[in-house]
Design a protein around this ligand. Sequence first.
Ligand code: ZN
Length: 95
Amino acid sequence: MIKANIIKPEKASEEISCDDCKIKYSSEDYTTLYKSKKIIYSDIRVPGTTYVLCLCHDCLFKYVKHASGGKETKLIMLDDGKEFHFKFDPDDLNK
Ligand SMILES: [Zn+2]
């Protein structure tokens, strides 16, 4: 199971960037993109460490796929205390 914390645009710093693909936006642009559901950044703690990655949703899904080791896995996204559950079936991702 992997937990990720959705970063709200109002809580983002002046500029937000993905630690993997390095795509970055100003908080103003992120607000627009977030509202139109074009991009969602989230914080994810690397299991067993205190290291926190900031990833865009594309990289988050890649991360989950990698972290699951090809097995079905659960992703929980936290948004203001609400939990959204997703099930990752690696076969679906390969389609
Ligand atoms: Zn990314």
